[in-house]
Design a protein around this ligand. Sequence first.
Ligand code: SF4
Ligand code: SF4
Length: 475
Amino acid sequence: MSAYDPRSLDANGFIHHGEILATLAEARTQAEDPGRVREILQKAATFVGLTHREAAVLLEVPSREVLAEIFTLSRKVKEHIYGRRIVMFAPLYLSDYCVNNCSYCGYSCTNKTMERRRLTQQELAEEVRVLEGLGHKRLALEAGEDPVNCTLDYVLECIQTIYSLKFNNGAIRRANVNIAATTVADYARLRQAGIGTYILFQETYHKPTYLGVHRGGPKRNYEWHTEAHDRAMQAGIEDVGVGVLYGLADWKYDTVAMLMHGEHLEAVFGVGPHTLSVPRIRSAVGVSASDHPNLVSDEDFMKVVAVLRLAAPYAGMILSTREPVGYREEVIALGISQVSAGSCTGVGGYAGTQKLGEETVPQFEPADHRSPTEVLKDLLRDGYIPSYCTACYREGRTGDRFMKLAKSGQIANVCQPNALLTLQEYMVDYGDQELQELGRGIIERELATVPNPKARAATEAFLERVQKGERDLRF
Ligand code: SF4
Ligand code: SF4
């Protein structure tokens, strides 16, 4: 086995099995030492993040009192860096053709009961029209892997269509892309198309489990998949997102490995992952969650989110509609900065453009079925600012420029006013009376907290212009 080296370009070198096992073994001992745990918590409280070795100790902490302290600290770190804003997005499924055989996914090629489809450009325009009508400005494009039925040319055409569509209330302003691992040349074409973040979930970093659940197709190649973010960054994509599908392998193993992946990207490219995604396995067509022996309990999952927030304070953390209402709110408070709302997890699900008699087959079953307006109202009631902001990407604040601002704490100075501006847009364009009242209360409260009088005045002036009909104002 090769030695552990975060700068290695070999997946087995930077996601080093021996290093993960040694980390977890050391963590079990250190977690019993209150002095060591205290030292790690004190470091986390300074917002500098934690190494994978330090984070592992917190994952192992047995004491409930210390766990409560970890939760309190993660809430504090989250609030310090992100304020009260929660970024909203929606997934958009382009195609469910897939040549891979992933045991946990309804789109696996062995699922012969579903009729496959991909959106025509006209159907795509319909989907986008519905999404825009719900207030969305930021999409995550999803597609299965199929080199014949879902080519890169097709995906690029879809991106072009999405960016070309303009509606009364605006347009989709940022399209993040979640498609299969590909070549540097293909990533360069995605970059040229103006994508936001390139997101690829590892699913699990534990290689034997990875090979066990990926039973066929190109995705079975562990190294090709794990090194994909490197190729994307070599192609000039500055913002990449990683993710674990919790429930496949041991959650501590995968959490440590995901942090090592981030350390690798930082060591080689100078920028860690832009986002961390933390979906948990749910049932889908032909997939039973109980088939997977490593399902993560609610309490352990909260620990994962809290420790990731402390370890990687500047990475956005994304929660999907897989989590049920109520529990979702608890997890958001611990460290989530982006959530999806009103999601359809099947092709053509928003506009209902499936053929007569044909049902949209979801990739997984969401547990949160609220409409975006309902989600927004609940967030506002909980004191958050739901944000449709896409300013950084469009102002060129990506990659290391974004991270510099994030690490110096300056990003909060633009996040908060931008969140208020997009909330104001939403209230005027899509909100009912109840939402407008809730929104006004939050805007008033948040404006009062802007410390710099000039910044406050500028935000107030922009809010007034939005109220009068101007759109897409941003800092
Ligand atoms: Fe295909 Fe992705 Fe589902 Fe695997 S997880 S079967 S690659 S759509
Ligand atoms: Fe995200 Fe930048 Fe907007 Fe903040 S200002 S919400 S970091 S796009």
